[in-house]
Write a protein that binds this ligand. Sequence first.
Ligand code: F3S
Length: 427
Amino acid sequence: MRLTDAEQAMLDGREGPAKQKAMDLLVRYGEALGAERLVDTNNVCTTVGASTPFLRDFAAKAGGLDAVFSEFNLDSPEAVKIPHAKAFTCQLIQGLDPDHWQEQGVSPEVHALHGRNEAFSADIGIQMLNTCTPYQVGNVPVKGEHCAWMESSAVVYCNSVLGARTNTEGRESTGAAMLTGKIPDWGLHRAENRFGSHVVEVELDVESIMDWGLLGYHLGEVVQEGVPVLKRQGRVPDLSRLKHFGAAAATSGGVEMYHIPGVTPEADSVAGALGGRRPQATLKYGAAERARAYAELNANAKDTKVDFVMLGCPHSSLEQVWHACKLLEGKRIHANSHLWIFAPRAIREVADRNRYTRIITDAGARLMSDTCPALGQVMPPGVRVAATDSAKQSHYLPSIMGVQTWFGSTEDCIQAAITGRWQGELR
Ligand code: F3S
């Protein structure tokens, strides 16, 4: 890999041991990938600290968050002092909601650890957006901008909808990018890798959030790490629909980018999205494919008595919170069920001021932020059967939390929370 003089200086340790370790990591990582150089980035999304479940024990033994960052963000068993971030860096989700941690079943010790995480993050200049959807709350990179983002649902949105450039990075590479402002130039940073690989002829109207989730879940399974190009008619999908589509495709497969000609910024036409190349395959998506995806997402749910409904995976937009309020206003959640809606912290602040939080709370539901059931492993006690409008959450809840999970529309989910019964179906 060819380094600039400034990069070589960091590798030689002239900017301190943490940046030396970060640059060493990026060179090893880049060489393993066949990258020939690094690119500059000033937009990093990472996760720092130890409030997520798998790191709590390590934090307790290691005795400090510099040690956690060294081991898990820099791949260094030797603990070094972490300096201020060089690149603009945002925090993804955490292990708990600091305003609802007791309801989430989090211990006082973990809550205290979370407080120390936040103080540590603030000291090193991390922006505490605390969401998997940074693009909903102010981190909106422009077309062509090089980023270093974790979180598959955010990555696919960043590449496809915004036209910015990132691979699905890990905690280590984003930690190194944060300190150096560099990331290896490979994969989706390079224009030649951003063209479509599969054409998908969509024969149905895909309109609701549930339907975009089903389309994404099906396509992820079929194209795996390909770049699908959708040929379709119908209404232009909004942020929430594209968010659910990409999240689902990145869950059942490894989709990091897609094109919708006339909608996404690197696709003026199908031919343009393909870059003049022949597609690997042309697929169709019709009623049979839609029904199969719905059946797969509901495959492990048998019991119709629903204990827990989760909305907001990926985290809800303000419009989704507003929509949920309209469905909940004047209603009451069933005594044996819970409804938790997740949104970015900043959107919850607006919801508070718009009295949406009050409507949700009066219905017996909760508006939460900062975390989610699958990754934070937070859930009401005793849940056996969950329901969600998210293909991604429906995919992960059975394996991570061991609960039966129904998948359906937002309306079916809220109805399940009100009646305590799952009555959803593919309409
Ligand atoms: Fe976000 Fe958790 Fe879903 S991190 S994308 S709400 S699994």
